[in-house]
Design a binder for this molecule. Sequence first.
Ligand code: AMP
Ligand code: ZN
Length: 452
Amino acid sequence: MSLVLYDTWTRGLRLFEPLVPGQVGLYCCGPTVYDYAHIGNLRTFIFEDVLRRVLQSNGYNVRHIVNITDVGHLTSDADEGEDKMEKGSRLSGLPAAVIAQRYTEAFQEDWRRLNLLEPTLWCRATEHIVEQIDFIRVLEAKGFTYRTADGIYFDTTRQDSYGYLARLDTQGLRAGARVSTGEKRSPTDFALWKFSPKNSTRQMEWDSPWGIGFPGWHIECSAMSAKYLGSWFDIHCGGEDHISVHHSNEIAQGEACHGTRPANFWMHGYFLTLQSTKMSKSAGDCLRLQSLTDRGLCPLAYRYLCLTAHYRSTLRFSEAALASASTALSRLRKAYASYPQGGNVNPQFEQRFQGEVNQDLNLPRALSVTWALIKSNVSTADKRATLASFDQVLGLDLAREQRDELPAPTNVAALIDQRRQARREKNWALADQLRDRLLENGWVITDDSIRD
Ligand code: AMP
Ligand code: ZN
């Protein structure tokens, strides 16, 4: 069955064909680890995980690279302001390396709780300084750079195609640049290497052919994707905010260094918004996954919520929508747990499901197919086998037992007690009845868990 994906580069749906048969190189821009990830960031990583799972369900072997930005991302994408890591350090009084480690671990914990597949490789910007310097050297040798008082910059006027990904009106931008661009020759030019400030020492700085300093944000992804996937690979992903600056600049660097844009497909997840404004870490209005789980929600209820909206549509967060996602997930798990093992995957439903996900990851429709299966007259054992197959893509961990996630509410605890008593009295009929009532409430009781 053919797989069709939306490519931001062509602004249209394209048939996906891998560059090397059977293999897919996938690079996803990772988090900037100066703070906790918010659930908006996590929406983008859920979209990328679904993409990976869909590629795998089409039989591809995916090489999935995710970077960790632990240096060089400034508070403004236009190379101004402070390095987010140094700022995090200044505000907390902790060394930047400690901050980076703390938030990398917290991010990876969220990753696992959302049942995201482990990438083939995590790569940190600070561990690839040599590769970044080498990349800049090539750009310099090819005449794409110039020096200012504060760094080495990429000259975007050297490329007629600069900004094509975002369909940038570069002429208009250059003509209308009202704000001072400092020593930058053009407002779209960007830093490759920034010098450390003259009178202060940065925590994160390295020697380079141009002077002591640190790499710009965009060069890290160019250097690491080229190192681990080559200069021309299959798919590059990120959130929609990356289109106009970060990915446009990665493409400029790739074109200049290797004569090609780095990836064949460019895919972008749309934003999760909170009360109509976009959610941003720096604006401080963000919600963490932990804030949801503190209220007793399963983290995968948030994953379910994300699956209800197409990745190319803005998702407005609401408590009501999250609550119904949580209920739906419980019902799905309850149904799954109530079906016996030993069935087979139903080919018609499997085909319908695969048809939806292969149409540019139409997960909302794939969820409808999932519910149609549950309501269908397919045998319960086959329903279970088919759901398990769907779950390879949904990633909802349907086999997970609810009691792992939620503390038992009082009425559930009372039912468990009554069932324990019934078993003691060898009243098996009552015990079975009580087990069914627990199941209706989404609780799967194995006899081990109530053994006296
Ligand atoms: P950052 O940690 O800021 O580098 O962002 C990590 C990822 O989250 C990037 O792919 C961003 O494009 C994405 N992102 C940032 N804000 C949101 C949001 N509100 N909704 C969805 N994705 C987002
Ligand atoms: Zn990136």
